[in-house]
Design a protein around this ligand. Structure first.
Ligand SMILES: O=c1ccn([C@@H]2O[C@H](COP(=O)(O)OP(=O)(O)O[C@H]3O[C@H](CO)[C@@H](O)[C@H](O)[C@H]3O)[C@@H](O)[C@H]2O)c(=O)[nH]1
Ligand SMILES: [Mn+2]
Length: 749
């Protein structure tokens, strides 16, 4: 990497890894015992199906069998994360020292995607941009590319304002060795790193810039007085009357060029380029994947850096040394030949104390990723990822040729006509027609979870990835602060996951063949997680409805079986809890995480299934619904008080409300029976299992009851949802009645 002469190798070692033999051995042993218990359970299931005489009890047994089968499948897949967990450490100080000695570091292109100035406030985009521009790294080697799928003049305006501020901000950060290089976060923090005369001045400058940008945004257009210079005017003139986010020409604006633009100390600044690719209703733009692919090409014409960092617009740098950290792996000669990318866990700012919507996703971003790191490496999370450019162009041994390939050498300056013409050409909406973009090259199309799918393809091609999980979060982003936002995001992932699971390159068949059984199972776990909705729905409704009818679904008086169920339940929950705590999380967060698992099962996974089915049948297709990053005051307040935010009418809330009412009702009826007949009645005791489940679900549903009955704020559960749920519940409970009435006829078939 770097120049044509081979640079001297960096000092080694730059990183180390560690795998706990105790944990690995324990996980394997526990898996063996648990597997035996699962087999015993299935043995029992088969027996009870064979023994059943009535239709209703056969149906119940069958439902439980299917539910337990899916739970067992997910359990098996989940074990792959536990076989060889690996933790890593890197030594960025060594590289930082080299930076002082003019070491030839590789150039880095940073890609930041934004798409909707209403949901993604330009000031927050600007803060992310400033935070990466100020990285501890040779400045001339950093280029920041912004992809604006919203094609918003406001976003470009905010960037030009930020570029002016950067002339002061970047040298300020470097001179004072600031750690929080996102100005908003720096000025807002109470435990401020330091405060001097410069700080006051810079703060004033920032506030002025912010006010200017926000005024323009409020007005909704960039007024004449804000445009200086003929060149800027030409750019902003491209926003003509016929310009819409869905249909407009390419706009590329080099806001800063490292060679010419200097900061107030006379040092270079990073390149800063705004790109809004051409859009036309006649061509599918493939959402974020399309945007990233356009940036891959545009950046190739201008800088073609061998390392690429992809970020979502809300993700800002929280540690100026992150580039050095990533390079500890990227520069390692032993890893280099097949290292596709280095992934940092997603971390979030402003998550409530107990993380009510489980937005931290500890399991996905940390626990499971540590597990995958011992195999071929973590999947791609869409943000906080350092790619080697080469990984986008075919497997390590099979380069897909392309005119602007990774070894293309840029000769013309960024602002030259030749470069800009070529950049416009590759950002055109029809450029990808009849090419391998999206299938063999770049970010892959075909799944709404483009990140997950792309990494799956890369692993199958022979790349490996690395999880870099430093103590200090490398990036911070926003997590959804309303239940609907959280569930909509998860629904998109559910559809995206199923698209991979049921594609030609199915994770189980094709996956296991290409990347081995364990790695294939990891991907299978993610691509089929929406299947969880089946057992969750069965266990949320079936035992409870049966109890109301006085039918026991678990066998009577079999102590061994009680023991088996107890072990399976507490074993799984216990292991989950221990792993959570060991990753530095708290009991409160774990409790909410397991609650969200249930809520997901009866809402977004279910809806995801339906949307996936409709999409596969060609009936309708849903796009990439962007998650809102706006922090509305009242909402934020309720979120921080850890109140669930319902407030709107959506079918997604109905099944969970039904489950909440049913489980509570079932518990009441169960206790009434016990009081009436006493504990001696054997039948009631055998229903203890059902009572236990109802009790557990009821406990989990507390926020729903609260939102249904006790709250009066904007975020409460709409009355219409409560009524719709009661109505549907009554319908559901009358099904057994119909079965018992008509089953003699059914038996005829
Ligand atoms: O047509 C689009 C749609 C989205 N985006 C950008 O994609 C990013 C992610 O969108 P967001 O709404 O924040 O999605 P999340 O659900 O928060 O994102 C997670 O899930 C996505 C896949 O579903 C990944 O792409 C993200 O990196 C990952 O953080 C944002 O920067 C958007 O601006 C585009 O550029 N073009
Ligand atoms: Mn996001």
């Amino acid at each position: 990497m770097g120049g044509s002469t081979t640079p001297p190798p960096p000092p080694s070692p730059l990183h180390s890894s560690y795998s706990s033999h105790f944990i690995t051995a324990f996980n394997r042993l526990f898996a063996a015992v648990y597997a035996a218990a699962i087999l015993a359970l299935f043995y029992h299931h088969i027996l009870s199906i064979l023994r059943n005489s009535s239709i209703s009890s056969s149906l119940i047994s069958l439902a439980l069998l299917v539910a337990d089968f899916i739970l067992a499948f997910m359990w098996v897949a989940g074990q792959s994360f536990r076989m060889i967990p690996v933790r890593r450490r890197e030594f960025p100080e060594k590289l930082k020292r080299l930076a002082e000695e003019d070491f030839d570091f590789p150039a880095v292109d940073v890609f930041i995607c934004t798409t909707d100035p209403d949901k993604e406030p330009p000031m927050s985009v600007v803060n992310s941009v400033l935070s990466v521009m100020a990285y501890d790294y040779p400045v001339g080697k950093i280029s920041v590319y912004i992809s604006d799928d919203g094609g918003s003049a406001l976003t470009l305006f905010a960037l030009t304002a930020a570029a002016k501020f950067a002339r002061h901000w970047v040298p300020f950060c470097k001179k004072n060795d600031v750690v929080k290089r996102n100005p908003e976060a720096f000025f807002a923090s109470t435990d401020n790193e330091f405060w001097n005369f410069d700080t006051e001045k810079i703060k004033e400058m920032y506030e002025k810039m912010k006010k200017k940008v926000e005024d323009v945004i409020e007005k909704g257009e960039v007024g004449d007085k804000f445009i200086d210079g003929e060149e800027d005017r030409l750019t902003f003139n491209k926003w003509t009357k016929s310009f819409t986010p869905q249909s407009h020409p390419t706009i590329i604006k080099v806001v800063l060029e490292s060679k010419n633009d200097k900061d107030m100390m006379g040092h270079s600044l990073p390149n800063l380029v705004y790109v809004s690719r051409e859009k036309s209703k006649a061509f599918h733009h493939h959402f974020k994947s399309g945007a990233l692919n356009a940036l891959l090409r545009v950046s190739a014409t201008m800088t073609n850096a061998p390392i690429i960092l992809t970020l979502d617009c809300d993700m800002y740098s929280n540690d100026p040394q992150t580039l050095f950290r990533a390079l500890c792996y990227a520069l390692d000669p032993e890893l280099k030949s097949n290292l596709g990318y280095i992934q940092f866990p997603q971390c979030f700012k402003g998550v409530s104390i107990n993380d009510i919507y489980a937005s931290e996703m500890k399991r996905t971003f940390e626990i499971n990723s540590i597990g995958m790191d011992g195999l071929l490496g973590p999947d791609y999370f869409g943000t906080g990822t350092f790619f080697t450019r080469r990984a986008f162009f075919g497997g390590p041994l099979s380069l897909e040729s392309f005119e602007l390939s990774p070894d293309y050498v840029v000769c013309n300056p960024i602002r030259s006509k030749q470069t800009l013409d070529l950049a416009h050409e590759v950002a055109a909406c029809d450029y990808e027609n009849n090419t391998k973009w999206g299938s063999k090259v770049g970010i892959r199309y075909g799944s709404l979870a483009e990140d997950f799918y792309t990494s799956y393809c890369m692993h199958c091609e022979g790349w490996r990835s690395i999880l870099c999980n430093p103590n200090r979060a490398a990036f911070y982003g926003n997590a959804p602060i309303s239940l609907l936002d959280a569930l909509s995001q998860l629904k998109r992932w559910a559809v995206g996951a199923l698209e991979v699971g049921f594609s030609k390159s199915c994770t189980i068949t094709y996956g296991m063949k290409s990347i081995g059984v364990l790695m294939g199972l990891c991907y299978a776990y993610y691509s089929f997680w929406p299947l969880w909705s089946i057992p969750i729905i069965v266990y949320a409704f079936l035992p409870q409805s049966a109890l109301i009818y006085g039918i026991s679904v678990f066998p009577k008086g079999d102590e061994l079986l009680v023991l088996l169920y107890t072990f399976l339940f507490f074993g799984a929950y216990g292991q989950d809890l221990v792993e959570f705590l060991m990753s530095g999380s708290t009991f409160g967060k774990w409790w909410n995480d397991q609650r969200m698992w249930m809520i997901k099962g009866v809402s977004c996974s279910l809806c995801g299934f339906i949307e996936f089915a409709l999409k596969s049948l060609g009936i309708s297709s849903y796009g990439f619904e962007v998650t809102s990053k706006v922090m509305e005051e009242e909402r934020t307040k309720r979120y921080n008080e850890e109140k669930f935010e319902f407030g709107v009418w959506t079918p997604m809330f109905i099944p969970m409300t039904m489950a909440a009412i049913l489980n509570f009702g079932c518990l009441v009826i169960g206790f009434m029976r016990i009081f009436k007949d006493g504990w001696n009645n054997l039948d009631e005791i055998s229903m203890f299992g059902q009572m236990f489940i109802a009790g557990f679900v009821t406990l989990n549903c507390w926020p729903i009851y609260e939102a249904m009955v006790f709250r009066n704020d904007e975020g409460k559960l709409p009355l219409s949802i409560t009524f719709a749920s009661i109505f549907l519940l009554l319908g559901l409970l009358s099904i057994p009645f119909f079965i018992s009435t008509y089953s003699p006829y059914l038996l005829l078939f």
